[in-house]
Ligand binder design. Structure first.
Ligand SMILES: *Cc1c(COP(=O)(O)O)cnc(C)c1O
Length: 233
């Protein structure tokens, strides 16, 4: 087996164990975060059974989409510029990084032009970090109420990028908070939204995230190795 398929096995086993430990009936789905990685490596992951891939650049999604099988579910996990939505509206399975009304409106409009409804997650800046994108938790309810009538999107849950840390236990509190936020928002009975999806956990902390109720973990380095941003693909 290649490194990549070994890594996938390893991460999946950890997810399974974390789900069991926390009595979650449904296991979290693994998203292979393939940004900066060449198509050959994605193909290896695909051959090892991966169907969910995460990318953070529109151009990269477009290039890779052309070259890889059509049953891949492409997840946009990075900051998305409004003027680029049109390029991926027909290709993207889910957008994890919605944080402005303008962006939500554009996604909805472009989705309708493709006769589809795009599932979106709302990005929350759970650690309240200046360097990060996302809404603060107290902005969520008003935000959801301002986009829930858009018919080209389906608000399906929340996403966060927890603070960088060497000790993943430190992020447990943030994962708990994101889960609680999703529970709280459901009690408001806002039309046309669901909170079935929680996209949280990365290479350094995905087991903790799964223990706290993650449904999508986004793992890059743990599958493909370190990223080298100096290489142009
Ligand atoms: C790059 C990235 C990941 C994956 O990070 P790793 O630490 O390599 O697993 C997950 N989520 C987002 C939003 C990212 O940009």
């Amino acid at each position: 087996m290649s490194n990549i398929s070994n890594n996938i096995e390893f991460v999946k086993k950890n997810i399974q164990e974390a789900s069991k430990a926390s009595n979650h009936v449904d296991e979290a789905t693994l998203i292979a975060v393939s940004k900066t990685k060449p198509v050959a490596m994605l193909k290896e992951a695909y051959d090892a059974g991966m169907r969910d891939f995460g990318e953070n650049k529109v151009q990269e999604i477009m290039d890779k989409y052309e070259q890889l099988p059509s049953d891949i579910r492409w997840h946009m996990i990075g900051h998305l510029q409004t003027n680029k939505v049109k390029y991926i509206a027909d290709k993207i399975y889910m957008i994890h990084s919605v944080e402005s009304v303008k962006l939500a409106e554009e996604i909805s409009k472009r989705a309708e032009m493709c006769n589809r409804v795009i599932p979106v997650l709302i990005e929350i800046n759970i650690g309240n970090e200046e360097s990060k994108f996302g809404l603060s938790p107290d902005e969520l309810e008003a935000f959801v109420r301002s986009i829930n009538k858009l018919s080209g999107i389906k608000v399906s849950g929340l996403m966060c990028v927890a603070p960088y840390t060497d000790n993943p236990e430190e992020n447990r509190i943030y994962f708990k908070q994101l889960k609680q936020l999703s529970v709280d928002i459901m009690t408001k009975n806002i039309d046309n939204i669901s909170m079935d999806v929680l996209s949280m956990g990365m290479t350094g902390d995905y087991q903790i995230a799964v223990e706290e109720g993650s449904t999508y973990v986004r793992v890059g380095t743990g599958i493909f190795g370190e990223r080298d941003y100096s290489i142009k693909i």
